[in-house]
Design a protein around this ligand. Structure first.
Ligand code: F3S
Length: 279
């Protein structure tokens, strides 16, 4: 560390306390992700952040506090990031986009949650802040589900807390069983998620019209591989090896994805996509 940097009251001279805290959280996320919770010493984090142990303890009471703080600041929370980037996007679309990404490999920090869950099983000092952290995530998610219910996207009869819990279990489970430990293809996973989303959405509008299901269909003779369908409606369409559009699963459109389906139909330059109503 530069000798001119003098530690003053738990921070580096010329750096605000907030910046020092951020520096510590970044270092903690990197070191925990690389060495695991048990393999990390507080001194390792202080050294990686370029501060003294004393400066670290001015910000965080313990290694467990650092872990929970690192998770909040740098753990993977794709759903919150995507919602912040586009709050107008339908919630079911967001959930499906995030759900599809669960089948893919994440960067090292994406596995911080695994370190935290394992440590929480063994150490009550970690379990306490982890309970708070998971509670915060669940509450935020339940609010999002309530929003979707109020907007008619999701069945209002479902418990928002139970749906939020289900989503959290999927997200955390996917960190415990990464892609190199299973052989489920992305397309199969996406098709299953679309079906699950369909079960969570309300169906009364179509039922009132005597329609059992609305399906999307691509005419393979017309498709030229423009790709707008799977860009605009990733919950309903994927692509084959040559980039031609493909319907995911059986093509049934959950009510929450009706907007996606309409956008895909309207934007296919070849008019290759049909919406079929089954009565
Ligand atoms: Fe094909 Fe139209 Fe999609 S051309 S790839 S169906 S946008």
């Amino acid at each position: 560390m530069n000798a001119l940097l003098i530690l003053v009251m738990g921070r580096i001279a010329g750096v605000t306390a907030a910046e020092t805290r951020q520096r510590l959280l970044r270092a903690a996320a990197d070191v925990f992700a690389e060495r695991g919770y048990d393999g990390t010493r507080v001194a390792d984090i202080a050294a990686a952040a370029g501060v003294s142990n004393g400066a670290l303890y001015a910000h965080f009471a313990s290694k467990a506090d650092l872990l929970a703080g690192a998770l909040r600041a740098h753990g993977r929370n794709l759903l919150a990031d995507m919602f912040a980037a586009d709050p107008e996007q339908p919630v079911v679309e967001l959930l499906l986009l995030v759900g599809r990404s669960l089948a893919r490999r994440r960067d090292a920090r994406g596995y911080l949650i695994v370190e935290a869950l394992v440590a929480a099983r063994r150490d009550e000092d970690v379990a306490r802040p982890m309970r708070e952290y998971i509670g915060e995530r669940a509450d935020w998610l339940a609010e999002l589900i309530r929003l979707a219910q109020a907007g008619g996207e999701l069945d209002p009869a479902l418990s928002p807390d139970a749906v939020a819990h289900f989503c959290l279990l999927l997200a955390m489970g996917s960190a415990l069983v990464p892609p190199d430990l299973h052989a489920i293809g992305e397309e199969d996973w996406a098709a299953l998620l679309t079906r699950v989303a369909g079960a969570l959405t309300r169906t009364d509008t179509t039922a009132q019209r005597g329609i059992n299901a609305v399906k999307v269909h691509i005419d393979p003779e017309c498709c030229q591989g423009h790709g707008r369908c799977y860009d605009l409606a990733p919950g309903l369409f994927g692509d084959d090896e040559e980039g031609y559009g493909q319907v995911l699963g059986d093509g049934v459109v959950p009510p929450g994805l009706a907007d996606q389906a309409r956008r895909a139909v309207a934007n296919c330059p070849e008019r290759a996509i049909d919406l079929l109503e089954e009565t």
